[in-house]
Design a protein around this ligand. Structure first.
Ligand SMILES: [Zn+2]
Length: 298
């Protein structure tokens, strides 16, 4: 008798938000991803949180190291690599918060100019074709004073304006579950003339329906239960969606985040649960090209 078991997914599988750390598992983590069917990574720059860079040159140098890690992964495993560079809010917003609370005008000015140095260094590398987008940028995902919140929003909005002027996508790292988040980000984009689909919300909840996402591209964190929610909401999604782990590659916090094999596992589950090939190809191939351009060549 023939076995009518569903065939398994052998198409593209991309993790849209992945970090690597030379002091972490680095190539071993990429090997894990590749071994279980992963075909491409969006490698997102992760700053040294203990001492974030100061000034344009220092930012540029730390970005170049992320690019060089992408090159190593591509060379070793043949994965399609795209790189996203920018001032991580967990580093930058703390700097801003500290400066604002210190009431020291110079420190405030410095924090802001350091933010723009970081954006400019990222933008330059994107324009040179050495990186694909700016991120993760956003606003604090912890409780802050109104002053810090307002300034963070101003900087974010201006960053969106720059993204629009340069036709670059942004990966956003914003606060968690709030009904206000998507509509507010969409409003910011509209106010500066940025196409909403240029915004990619990292760490997004798994409800991908347009009604929820307001035209912003969700990058779904692929934890437990995410596939069921994608299955029930994707029919009412018209923008496409990404999938991610936010793998941190931090040996001190194993198990704190999803492991490198998670997205391949979830994609295969989605396929087995009946999601169409067309949708998987569009989110793991076509949408990537639209959001980030072609994978990097080194
Ligand atoms: Zn991240």
């Amino acid at each position: 008798m023939r076995d009518y078991m569903a065939k398994s997914w052998t198409g593209p599988i991309v993790d849209n938000h992945f970090h690597l750390n030379r002091n972490g598992r680095f190539l071993d983590a990429a090997a894990d991803f590749s071994r279980v069917g992963g075909t491409g990574l969006v490698l997102v720059h992760c700053p040294n949180f203990a001492s974030p860079p100061n000034g344009f040159e220092a930012h540029r140098e730390s970005y170049l190291d992320t690019i060089s890690m992408a090159e190593s992964v591509q060379g070793k495993f043949g994965l399609e690599m795209r790189v996203v560079l920018g001032p991580h809010p967990a580093a930058f917003a703390h700097e801003l918060e500290k400066a604002l609370h210190s009431q020291d005008g110079e420190a405030q000015e410095y924090a802001i100019s350091n933010y723009w140095d970081s954006i400019e260094a990222a933008l330059e590398l994107v324009k040179q074709g050495r990186a694909n987008a700016i991120g993760e940028v956003g606003r604090p995902h912890w409780k802050v004073s109104d002053e810090v919140w307002d300034l963070s929003n101003q900087l974010l909005k201006k960053t969106m304006k720059i993204a629009n002027e340069n036709n670059v996508s942004l990966q956003l790292h914003v606060e968690g579950e709030s009904d206000e988040t998507y509509p507010e980000l969409a409003l910011f984009a509209d106010q500066v003339g940025l196409d909403r689909s240029k915004l990619i919300r990292h760490y997004a909840p798994a409800n991908v329906s347009d009604k929820n996402t307001h035209g912003i591209i969700p990058s779904v964190l692929c934890g437990k239960g995410s596939v069921e929610e994608i299955i029930t909401s994707h029919d009412s999604n018209s923008t496409g969606f990404f999938m991610e782990t936010d793998y941190m590659d931090d040996l001190k916090r194993p198990g704190a985040v999803l492991g490198p094999k998670t997205v391949p596992k979830r994609v295969k589950q989605l396929f087995e649960m009946g999601i169409s090939e067309e949708i998987l190809y569009s989110s793991h191939q076509d949408l990537l090209v639209k959001a980030y351009g072609q994978p990097l060549e080194f």
